[in-house]
Write a protein that binds this ligand. Sequence first.
Ligand SMILES: Cc1ncc(COP(=O)(O)O)c(C=O)c1O
Length: 482
Amino acid sequence: MTSNTTYLPATDGLPGEDTAPQSGVDEASATASPRVLGFSTRQVHAADTPDLTHGARINPVYLSAGFLFEDFDEAEQRFSGEGGGYVYSRINNPTNIAVEKLLADLEGGAGATLVASGQAASTVAVLGIVKAGDHVLSAPSIYEGTRALFRHNFARLGIEVEFVEHPNDPQDWLRRVRPNTRLFFGEVIPNPKNDLIDLAAIADAAHEARVPFVVDSTLATPYLIRPIEHGVDVVIHSTSKFLAGHGNAIGGVVIDAGRFDWAAEAERYPHLAAPAAGQEGPSLIEKFGKLAGFAYTRGAIASRFGPSLSPFNAFLLQQGIETLSLRIERHVASALAIARWLELQPEVSSVDYSGLPSHPQHELALRYFPRGQGSVFAFTLRGGREAARTVIDAVEIFSRMTHVGDVRSLILHPPTTTHSKLSAAERERAGIFDGLVRLSVGIEDADDLIADLDRAFRILRGEDLPSLLAGTAAAYTPAEGL
Ligand SMILES: Cc1ncc(COP(=O)(O)O)c(C=O)c1O
């Protein structure tokens, strides 16, 4: 499958605040082939981009800030937003457009906007919907960076984010809804406790409250779940994690289902019921209908606040996505094996992996994640902080790092790092105890990872052990005489 028509990049339309839906808009349905292609086929081919100049097979990296206009009239046409073509890479770039199309396809969304990081994705997604004076309801268990963004930065902008107490009780969401509530937010696989939320139930509650439901699906990826199929309106990812996969490129994406009925709620979202700033003519809702939110998010928030993704990072992201299903299959199989092993260790008081029957949300895990439950989770050592220190310092294959979703296995002590800014009471409430250790299980051999942890646990028991890697340097030496 080379330059097929099904996946031609959407380069029609133009940049600017009222032209947003052009990028990543799913045109596949319009030219549907009789066969529904599987995920692994689509992760390789959904961004197939014909390079008409040289026939390059790989999506070229267009590292160009701007794009030439043939003449005076073409410049005017490009700025008018009609007729296609590129203007400036902060707004649109051919490399990025192809990857946006790929991500929209894999998530089953109507359009995608790449941004410079996962943090930029949550910022852009929320600011595309709410304004000063609005109220947002969020699940309590979310990435700490997002929580800080909500509690501090958005508070300074006059946006109040309230955290529900019982995220799996739709009534707890609904009873907190105020006249100015404009958005529900949650995370698909929360880290480090895997305290899953019932996506469909909360989506229903959001729609009863007449607001969109936005979720961060970073730790799940579209291979494990497509939240849009469960009623979610906007999906964001830190693409820095499993999607890029190799720990080499920070990035983020906002994917819109194109389903929220903005026209029915025009009074509550006045920025969409008005023409784009500085312009006359139809409102975004009149022009884009259910894609009005996407149009504003892309054209007025992402491109003006300006956290654009470098085309080089988009290229690295695409390289990563091409092997997503293969990597995730290995990630989840190894994570389950390691979680099971950890549960058998006497030093471990609990393992927060939703794939284990002992996890409080195991039923939700089986229902929403039939392909596996991710590979980022925590376990708690009875020996507290000192035991965590010993284990973390002893491992040799796991990398001590604050990052997740990498091909490499990673280990971290959240109480003294990612969650250190919380008060002791807040940590206690979130189940972040002193002995809690977070793992991001990579794609190395599971047996080697368990051997690494086993050695660390034996050191914790007082054994004096040689390095697991003793002698492996020789194995890595290139064969002589080649
Ligand atoms: C679930 C989740 N969302 C968002 C982010 C932020 O992503 P980024 O580091 O790409 O800004 C992270 C980062 O760890 C994350 O784990």
